[in-house]
Design a protein around this ligand. Sequence first.
Ligand SMILES: [Zn+2]
Length: 381
Amino acid sequence: MKLLKLSQLPFFILILFFFMPYNVFGAGITDIRFWSAPDHTRVVLDLTESIQYESSSQETPPQCIIDLTGITSFPKKKDLEVRDKYLQRISLIDLGKNKARLVLHQKVPLQANIFTLKPDLGKTHRLVIDLIDLGEERREQEERQRQKETRARGTKIVVIDPGHGGEDPGAVGPGKTMEKDVVLRVGQKMISLLNQQQEVKAFLTRKGDYFIPLEQRVRIAREYGADLFISLHADGSFNPQARGASVYCLSLSGASDQAAKLLADKENMSNILGGAFLRPAALSRDPNLNQILLDLMQNNSMKESFRFAELVLETLREVHSLKFSSYRQANFIVLRAPDIPSVLIEMAYITNREDERLLKQTEFQEKMARNLTQAILQFFK
Ligand SMILES: [Zn+2]
């Protein structure tokens, strides 16, 4: 074997560095963020590398403590006031020797779910801590079921689902407008318009800036016993010229075209971007439905979805130009409720300057909400 020449040494060291796992040198914490939901608060640490952690909880005072090893740098702000329903403060303490402690000062005892997320579509390594109020989670679920059971005869229940939220901004416009914000605004306007109707009761899946996994959005609609489910989105494209509105239904076989398939793949990515962590309890709540019955229901609800999609296209063309004059189909997770007619609407292209301007405009949002409400009322006639 030939010995390594001295002149080759720098090159050899370079190779060695290249193959060494990066976190041998430790990880930097670049930011601490949080999201407040009605039944939990999510804390996210942005990291340059994956890290090792150990967690513990205490009841008095209620705290979640996470010890981190191999930390090489800290963010500018190590102490954060939260003051939401569940958290008082977040503090990150430098313990020296590349060790750090994250303390979440809670207002009440909460269940902590801690997991890491790998880099994805422009996001870095992350450590996610969900502090969940299990009691509130159950109360919200019971409230939805109560709405279902106590509904007056002839009352129709509509569930509006503003896409994305929290960690997942959805598509982002050239002026930094986020899909998650505009869809929430239109959704809220729709709810208030719909609830002015005596024979309709409308609810949102997401009421603020936090993330809900796609499957959970479907489950929320089923708990309400929804007669109609509408998922609101704004499209994004690498082509800044692309603009217009489009309407989508579920496809059980394959997508109607390649563009619809790509869109469904992108929207389904929301679970990864948003950091979906499905709790075992949440999963086991889904009743085991008879497959034949399920297929039958799905057939009928799909026909109803198509009928609704046609009505939406009719009223949508008064608000904005249509990208496609007919509805498209693909396998969107959020449209998979077997017993509820479900439609996904891309209101405009947020990546187009003119469409982005429209999406931000109150007038456009109101017109969109009004016309979609019209389509809903017509559907129930
Ligand atoms: Zn979307």
